[in-house]
Design a protein around this ligand. Structure first.
Ligand SMILES: Cc1ncc(COP(=O)(O)O)c(C=O)c1O
Length: 373
């Protein structure tokens, strides 16, 4: 038995998830470029590329450096990089095909100056805000087309296209709402692309990507690329949003009951340092910090113990309450916890364990974890 808490990945579920998303994208002629934020593992990225992914995404340059070291030749950062990092970008350009987003005139000019002054060019996409209201240009602003035109004209930058992330899908209230978000995202991108093309500027790529909206977004016309991340593992939130079933979820935390202070309360050894403090999202409100499956082994079709609620986390303790007031769990028993948010969980450990049922296949280093710069 592995020492706990341990982050376990069911190999068959992971592979099925990789196959399913690749098949869905390929069937619609959309290039899949997975976001590696969820697994941060060059091995898993390799399996995605073997299946037909055209490249990968990272958020931070430090992550891109890890994947470039691992030999990955096409890396996109859908993140608003600052030109203060120009020397690292130039170094990466020698090792991989690198692209990133721009969404601000001063930043675009800064990159243009930094790259043109050393005789280099980089592929960029203009980030478009399709409703998440994080970054991206407002596509309805009077100067939206002018900004794209300006980026296209700047030396050192090669405009490839438009890019969006429908992160507001995580707040959707129904499958229909998710579908509307996906349709509106694609429509917004198509309309802006058309307006830019009418000015004689090529838009070769239209990139979108998020796991909750994936099943609807891939049906929309106009997208050339899709960048889902979470789909490799899925988690309780994706189940809550109808993007996965419990049996699709590949990542769970193996934990041990370490105390039972009352008949209706047990303590697990997986606190916020393992499960993170992220809450769950879903069409319905979801309580607690994960779903508990009793036993050390995860079997298809076995329902979680819905009597158990992880109602509080300390750094190293999970306080679990039994709604009925009594649980058969005793100190020394094992459970599997399906976390609310898999991406943050894998970022908390140096390695995850690839499993075939009860058998450990191998330890997978989470090589790009913690690369926040
Ligand atoms: C810009 C961008 N693209 C793609 C993704 C992948 O989204 P998901 O993990 O929902 O698949 C993310 C996730 O945070 C993102 O920020």
């Amino acid at each position: 038995m592995l020492p706990t808490p341990a982050v376990l990945i069911e190999r068959s579920r992971l592979m099925a998830n990789l196959d399913r998303m690749q098949a869905a994208a390929s069937a619609r002629g959309v290039r899949l470029r997975p976001h590696t934020k969820t697994h941060k593992s060059p091995r898993i990225a390799g399996w995605q590329l073997e299946r037909g992914a055209v490249g990968i995404c990272c958020a931070k340059l430090g992550e891109a450096e890890v994947f470039a070291d691992a030999g990955i030749k096409d890396i996109r950062l859908p993140y608003p990089l600052n030109p203060i990092n120009a020397s690292r970008v130039v170094a990466l350009l020698d090792r991989t095909r690198l692209s990133f987003i721009v969404d601000h005139p001063a930043v675009a000019k800064g990159w243009s100056m930094a790259l043109a002054s050393v005789g280099r060019e980089v592929d960029v996409l203009v980030k478009v805000d399709v409703g998440f209201h994080r970054c991206g240009i407002d596509p309805s602003a009077p100067d939206a087309v002018a900004f794209v035109e300006q980026v296209a004209s700047l030396p050192g930058l090669r405009l490839k296209g438009l890019l969006a992330h429908a992160g507001h899908g995580y707040h959707a209230t129904s499958a229909q709402h998710l579908e509307e978000i996906a349709a509106s995202e694609a429509r917004t991108l198509r309309e802006l692309a058309e307006a830019v093309r009418r000015r004689g500027i090529a838009i070769d790529e239209i990139s979108a990507g998020a796991t909750p909206t994936a099943r609807f977004a891939l049906e929309q016309p106009g997208l050339t690329e899709y960048r889902p991340g979470n789909y490799v593992y899925f988690d309780r939130t994706q189940v809550g949003l109808g993007a996965a079933t419990m049996d699709d979820c590949a990542l769970t935390v193996l934990a041990t009951v370490v105390s039972k202070p009352a008949a209706g309360r047990v303590i697990l050894d997986s606190g916020s340092k393992t499960l993170s403090s992220d809450g769950a999202r879903g069409f319905e409100p979801l309580q607690g910090y994960g779903v508990i499956f009793r036993g050390a082994t995860l079997t298809t079709g076995t329902p979680p113990d819905t009597d158990l609620i992880i109602e509080r986390l300390s750094e190293e303790h999970a306080t679990v309450r039994s709604a009925s007031g009594s649980t058969p769990l005793e100190p020394g028993h094992h459970v599997r916890v399906l976390p609310n948010h898999a991406c943050v969980v894998s970022n908390l450990v140096d390695r995850v364990w690839l499993m075939d049922g009860e058998r450990v296949i191998e330890a997978l280093p989470v090589a790009a974890r913690g690369q926040i710069q």
